[in-house]
Design a protein around this ligand. Structure first.
Ligand SMILES: C[S@@+](CC[C@H](N)C(=O)[O-])C[C@H]1O[C@@H](n2cnc3c(N)ncnc32)[C@H](O)[C@@H]1O
Length: 655
């Protein structure tokens, strides 16, 4: 883990929002995406100083205090580490970030609610966010010193547990005023300090001597003493700055007391956000920054709870996903799930060429680009004056609106003309139609799905895209190879929890339980064995099986694939043929998988800017299972039986 995928392959990237705006714009805002708690926080506090800034305020204040000779000396003298109580009610400072009833669950939002009811609102709020960000930018542009003065003054409010942080209008006024006041005040302080020092010296040396200016020795001593004072102060400042930089010296009280009731915990999301940042910082340098009385587990547990609250995940789902990543990467992942993925269309090469399609759409005012070097048929749509799902080209079947990740298992399957191919879980047909296109409408493609309703969309897509080599059937995939077998290639795009597509379906965050995962993984294991058993190892052109999910959990991916390797020693994993993506896990949480799991591929929203996805490719080298741990050697396939209960065209689903 931990290896970052470089992005040279041209995997979908964020859109330049400066240049491209409009209806289907997919833009990345720092706080864009679905209306989670995080989003509400951003919207509701958009006129306030961002909490990230508030966090920097604390640090700026520390620095300022370290550079303030009086404070620095004082801090050194009594040796008190400054205690920053993050998340305490005292630090909320009257901010109006949204409050949540500690007992009450956060409102759940289903996929449809998000998409249908809030679609329009999304654009508005993104515009607002954009404005808020502009505001921040212009703040930043106004000069570092003034900014620092403002931040320092804010921060001293926070750290010294003041009651109120001014609202933005006041704050800007304060900024303007304080920009000059701050330096004037500093000069004034320095003058006072010099006066006090001179008075002290006068009493030592005798003011008459100095006033008369006749005693050069006294004058010289005064200069030397003044230099010594300045050096001592500089040294004190330096030491104090070092002390302040080493946060281990501070006790950041970011964890609640062990026995504190959950109800006592802060429910202010701005504070939760701040605590997330603080804990992340501590975990990034645990040895130095930890509170010695707290374990790493204490911090991680608190962080997971806060992330769950902030991003609207159940604690179960939060832990399941958090565990896949380093701390920093987990934050990137959860943030990426709040942002829509780019809109991608796949050229249907049965009806068009990418260049021609692109030109036709450009003529309609569509702003698009090739998706990247890794695909010859994908186009990324940045904006469109017409709904991209209703253009004449779309209705004529020249393209499919399809997530970039959905290309991958089909590319890995690498269908050939005149083969027999099975798509075990095909509806609504995004991958089936791609397979048919790569087969150039030759051979036989069997598109199966257990859900008859979903097959209506599959059939409609086959018609629209001009697919003619496909028969549709409606079996439980586990019935294969009894239904039919002997395929050259099979794709099992398995039913899954959807943890890779949270940006599309945020209900996953809250709805999935451990029982769901138990049932799903059981089904996936049965399907994968059925799929492998339906392949003809003696295929002249194929003998390949691809397993994919739009989930990133290990139990739905590596664990299932490893199970298949154990149960079916007549297959082995081979390279997926996809030039990017992260290697599959070979061990995870104490479980050890076959080393070849390394050749499987993981894709993440935060790394590849596509839905989270998993792809594994098998080669079957024998039709006989020789060492199934469960039983004696037996043949697993029926050789090329006649298709049963299927229609010879894509016109309708069967069974
Ligand atoms: C991830 S979706 C497939 C998406 C499809 N490959 C595509 O690209 O459009 C999983 C599909 O599996 C189907 N399914 C669930 N259980 C099944 C089973 N036991 N046998 C066959 N299909 C099943 C679901 O109806 C669903 O359509």
């Amino acid at each position: 883990m931990g290896r970052r995928q470089n992005n040279k392959q041209g995997v979908p990237q964020d859109v330049d929002v400066e240049k491209r705006t409009g209806k289907t714009v997919t833009k990345r805002t720092k706080f864009g995406g679905n209306r989670t708690n995080r989003r509400r926080l951003q919207e509701e506090s958009k006129n306030e100083i961002p909490t990230t800034r508030a966090l920097s305020n604390i640090e700026l204040t520390r620095k300022r205090q370290a550079n303030d000779p009086l404070r620095a000396n004082g801090a050194k003298a009594n040796g008190n580490a400054k205690k920053v109580k993050v998340g305490s009610s005292a630090t909320t400072n009257g901010r109006t970030a949204p409050k949540k009833d500690a007992k009450g669950p956060l409102p759940k939002r289903g996929r449809n609610a998000d998409i249908d009811e809030e679609g329009e609102e999304e654009l508005d709020s993104e515009a607002e966010i954009s404005m808020a960000e502009d505001e921040q930018d212009s703040d930043a542009d106004s000069g570092e010193e003034a900014d620092a003065a403002l931040l320092a003054s804010d921060a001293s409010d926070m750290v010294s547990d003041t009651e109120d942080i001014p609202q933005p209008a006041e704050k800007r006024m304060l900024w303007d005023d304080e920009g000059s006041d701050a330096s004037a005040s500093d000069d004034h302080d320095d003058a006072l300090l010099d006066d006090e020092f001179d008075e002290a010296l006068d009493s030592d040396l005798g003011s008459d001597d100095f006033d008369s200016g006749s005693d050069f020795e006294a004058k010289s001593r005064r200069t030397v003493l003044r230099q010594q004072r300045d050096e001592a102060m500089a040294q004190a400042e330096l030491e104090d700055a070092q002390l302040q930089t080493n946060i281990a010296g501070d006790t950041l009280d970011i964890l609640p007391d062990d026995d504190a009731d959950e109800e006592d915990q802060p429910t202010d999301l701005a504070m939760v956000q701040m605590r997330i940042q603080e804990i992340t910082r501590v975990l990034s340098n645990f040895k130095e920054m930890r509170d010695p009385s707290r374990s790493r587990a204490d911090y991680v547990t608190r962080l997971q709870k806060d992330l769950a609250l902030y991003y609207d995940y159940s604690e179960f789902m939060m832990q399941k996903l958090y565990d896949l990543f380093t701390v920093a990467e987990a934050l990137e992942f959860f943030e990426a799930n709040e942002v829509p993925r780019p809109v991608i269309i796949r050229t249907n090469t049965l009806k068009s060429r990418r260049r021609d399609l692109a030109q036709a759409l450009i003529n309609r005012g569509v702003n698009l680009d090739p998706v990247g070097k890794w695909s010859k048929v994908g186009l990324q749509v940045f904006e469109s004056p017409v709904p991209i799902g209703a253009t004449p080209e779309y209705l004529a079947g020249q393209y499919m609106i399809q997530a970039a990740s959905s290309f991958l298992p089909v590319m890995s399957l690498a269908p050939k003309e005149n083969e027999r191919i099975l798509d075990m879980c095909a509806a609504p047909g995004g991958k089936t139609t791609y397979i048919a296109a790569l087969m150039k409408n030759t051979g036989l493609l069997v598109a199966n799905d257990a859900n008859r309703d979903r097959e209506k969309a599959l059939v409609a897509n086959l018609h629209r895209m001009g697919v003619k080599n496909t028969i549709v059937c409606n079996h439980d995939g586990r019935a294969f190879p009894k239904v039919m077998g002997g395929f050259d290639r099979i794709l099992l795009d398995a039913p899954c929890s959807g943890t890779g597509v949270i940006s599309k379906d945020p209900s996953v965050k809250m709805s999935k339980t451990s029982e769901d995962f138990r049932v799903l993984t059981h089904l996936q294991k049965e399907l994968i064995l059925a799929g492998i058993d339906s392949i003809d190892a003696n295929s002249k052109t194929g003998g390949y099986f691809v397993y994919s999910t739009c989930s990133i959990t290990v139990d739905e991916n590596e664990d299932v694939v490893n199970y298949a390797l154990q149960k079916r020693p007549n297959v082995k994993l081979i390279d997926t043929g996809i030039s990017f993506g992260r290697e599959g896990f070979t061990s995870y949480q104490g479980k050890h998988f076959h080393p070849s799991l390394k050749s499987t591929r993981r894709f993440y929203p935060h790394t590849h800017n596509m839905d989270g996805f998993y792809v594994a490719k098998f080669k079957k080298f024998s039709n006989t299972v020789t060492s199934d741990s469960k039983g004696p050697a037996k043949s697993q396939i029926k050789s090329k039986p006649k298709p049963k209960a299927v229609k010879a065209t894509a016109a309708a689903s069967t069974d």
